[in-house]
Design a protein around this ligand. Structure first.
Ligand SMILES: [Zn+2]
Length: 86
């Protein structure tokens, strides 16, 4: 008599996937449905991730920058200082 091995066979334990939070991008105001910004490349249905004045599409990696850009102002000031020195 051989030694019986306990090998697992058949069904894997089912693991639930995380629910899509896409419904959070839709809001209903009265009779109208308002949506958040969708991706200009992927079209409606694909929304842009929002973080720190930056928007990003997880599907096509499209990114968009928003708001003030203080870096450009600093560059301008730096260039003006250069002019004064010359
Ligand atoms: Zn996209």
């Amino acid at each position: 008599m051989g030694v019986q091995k306990s090998v697992k066979k058949g069904k894997k334990p089912h693991i639930n996937k995380k629910t899509s939070k896409k419904y959070t991008k839709y809001k209903i105001e009265g009779d109208k449905v308002t949506r958040e910004r969708n991706c200009p490349r992927c079209g409606p249905g694909i929304f842009l991730m929002n973080s720190q004045g930056r928007k990003y599409c997880g599907k096509c990696h499209y990114s968009e920058f928003e708001g003030k850009a203080p870096e450009t102002e600093e560059v301008k000031a730096f260039e003006e200082e250069k002019k004064d020195n010359v």
